[in-house]
Design a protein around this ligand. Sequence first.
Ligand SMILES: NC(=O)c1ccc[n+]([C@@H]2O[C@H](COP(=O)([O-])OP(=O)(O)OC[C@H]3O[C@@H](n4cnc5c(N)ncnc54)[C@H](O)[C@@H]3O)[C@@H](O)[C@H]2O)c1
Length: 552
Amino acid sequence: MPWPPIQKETPTISSLIPPDLYHPPPLTHYWVYLLSLVFVSLLIKHWDTPAFSFTHLFLHHHARIVGRLWLTVHAFGLRFASHPFNLNRFMQEKQSQAVSGPNSRRDFIKQTATVAATVATVNMFKTPVYGQNKAPSTGRVIGANDRITVGFIGVGGQGMAHVRSQKNDAAANNVELVATCDVWKNRVASSKAYIGGKCEGYDDYRKLLERKDIDAVTIATVDHWHTKCSLDAIQTGKHVYVEKPMTRYLGEAFQIHDAVKNSKTVFQVGSQGCSDAKWHKAAEMIKAGKIGQMVMAQGSYPRNNPKGEWNYNIDPQAKAENLDWKNWLGPVSKKIPFNADHYFRWRKYYPYCGGLLGDLFPHRLHPYMLASGNPEYPTRVVSIATKRVHSDKNTPGTPERDVPEHVELLAEFPSGLTLVMISSTVCESGLIEQINGHKGTLYMSGNRVELKPERQFAEEVEPETISGIKPGEDVAVHEKNWFDCIRDGKAPNANIDLATKVQTVISLGEMSERLGVACKFDPKTRKITTGDGKVMPVTELKPITYGWTDLS
Ligand SMILES: NC(=O)c1ccc[n+]([C@@H]2O[C@H](COP(=O)([O-])OP(=O)(O)OC[C@H]3O[C@@H](n4cnc5c(N)ncnc54)[C@H](O)[C@@H]3O)[C@@H](O)[C@H]2O)c1
């Protein structure tokens, strides 16, 4: 057969594998090697028993021959086993035990890609600070009347909003603010002074986490630190409130998900919209069947800033001398020298965030998915985005952003619900907030929810308007929900199950936009694929992560 084969139709990746790679040597070689290992181990174990005396004598007198023979077998075995193809094939066979049916060449390519992606993800976390391979410590059991001690990691704009709010409500929530941490010394000093009392300041969050008297941490660092800080906090038995987006990348979301599930940590993501009661009211109405089968939902978070959103003021006091820039960069691959524009305006640059998708989308995605009554992983996500206004040109001296100025996202869920979501920094008129069912539509605005029947179901569905719903969207209410759950063990409003599903939509949206593809997701395998198998081969995508491009 000629190689490459003559193509009659669109080539698939699987058809491009050379046939000799497709027919590997049989795995029996591998098993022979393993058996020889077992045999020699037995020999060593029973070295001095009578049954092995003959072997003993033989080995003693022919040590050189045996040694050579052993080395040869060993070398053959190692070379065979460590050949990438055989390693992959071994892992492929392991995986296929759980999946029925013979493996096709396409399966092989997909699984090889999975192994590579898994290795990449694992490598990201291969030097855990607090022994993330060990069982997490368990924190103190907190009773209804116990005071909760809190530390703050990252005390910039939002971190200080938490400090202020938790200080205001300290008595009502029965909490004590005892520690603060930031990589910029000035912020450590100012937050410590603001909190007062016995509050200690740290420039390394690991020192804060070492304190056994701290029960809970509020994490409001730049996005690329959310995962590491959360994992380390969980490992040391702390309860965690981490700002949105939960993580920078998708693989990290599953790391946190699994860590939370294996711990007693009460974990809340800082999408305070989840504690706005109107979304819970909408969920209740949807679960009661008031709009029938859900069909579609639409929402938006639009802004318009002629000077370029997120071109915040640059404080000249922030300098390489008083700010641990290396630590700020953390897991980011591209290690640039200290850059004040990046430090203060990081939302414009891909290595540190996903732009609108990470910044504003979570504020709508969390509540909408909560309101669906049964949050689901998406089956498919598509996103398109533009950057045509070039709004940064109106702020002298700042580079143009990496991230788009306007983003639109479409997500499809297994129940049949489709979601349209828009966010912008250059166009403030958004969409009406609504969830449409087969029988009626829910409209959400301010503190009210309105149900309007579809014309065809006017006899069956009663129109309803519920107004004055409280509480509204408020960070303090969301924090209180976290403290309450730490005491009563309930799941917080923006809990890990919801947050991981939201992060999947966000990360698939980023991949879709940056790669120009539609992303499909399988929650059982956590794999992302693209296309429908006809136009393009169903190829597993290597998830975007640190070091994926120059911009990560
Ligand atoms: N829920 C909301 O409404 C809301 C609003 C604004 C921001 N946020 C989120 O809060 C987070 C922070 O945003 P911001 O506007 O306050 O940013 P910011 O840049 O003002 O503050 C981040 C702070 O974290 C510090 N930091 C970075 N790495 C650190 C580390 N390893 N250890 C300790 N400190 C570290 C920085 O020095 C900085 O002071 C972001 O994830 C953002 O998306 C949420």
